[in-house]
Design a protein around this ligand. Sequence first.
Ligand SMILES: Cc1cc2nc3c(=O)[nH]c(=O)nc-3n(C[C@H](O)[C@H](O)[C@H](O)COP(=O)(O)O)c2cc1C
Length: 161
Amino acid sequence: MKKLVVFYSFEGNTKYIAEGIAKEMGADLLELKPLREPKKGSFMKYVWGGREVMTKKEPEIESIDKNPDDYDLIYMGTPVWAWTYAPAFRTFLSKVNIKNKNIALFCCHGGGKGKIFERFKEDLGENKYLGQIDFQDPLKNNREKDLEEAKKWAREIEKSI
Ligand SMILES: Cc1cc2nc3c(=O)[nH]c(=O)nc-3n(C[C@H](O)[C@H](O)[C@H](O)COP(=O)(O)O)c2cc1C
C-alpha cells in the first residue's frame, strides 16, 4: 500500500509529527511550503495568518512534486489557524484532485482546535475519512508521548483499511 503524508508547518510542531508518522509508516512526505511567510515567533504571525484565513487566501506555494492520486492512503497534517486548517492547504486543494481517497487527518494547536476537522473534511469533499487526531503544541508539551501516540494512531489507521 502506498502512503503519503502531506503537511504544512509554520513553527515545526506539525512537521515533527508528520515526519514521525512518515518514518513509522514508510510513507512519502510532501511538505507544503509557502513562498512568503512572516517572521517566526513574532506577534505579527497572528495578524497575518488570521487575515489569510479570514480572506480565504490561497498563498503561493512551492511546486508540488507528489501526485495524491498515486497513493492508497493519505495522512494530512496542519496547524490550527483561527480554528481551521492553514491557508497553504487551501492552495493545495485548489491544485490537486482528491476524491474517493482513504484519508486520515491530524493537527497541532495551542489549545483551541475549534471545528478544524469538520471544516477540513467539508472542503476536502467526498473521501473516506478513517480517523483524526490532535496534539497540543507537542514540541513544548509532551514531545515523546505525542510522537508515540501519533505512530500508534497511524498504524491503526492503516489496519482499518
Ligand atoms: C496565524 C496563527 C493562528 C493560530 N490560531 C490558533 C487557533 O485558532 N487555535 C489554537 O489552538 N492555536 C492556534 N495557533 C497556534 C498553533 O496552531 C499551534 O501553536 C501549533 O502547534 C503550531 O503548529 P506548527 O508549529 O506546525 O506551525 C495559531 C497560530 C498561528 C501562527
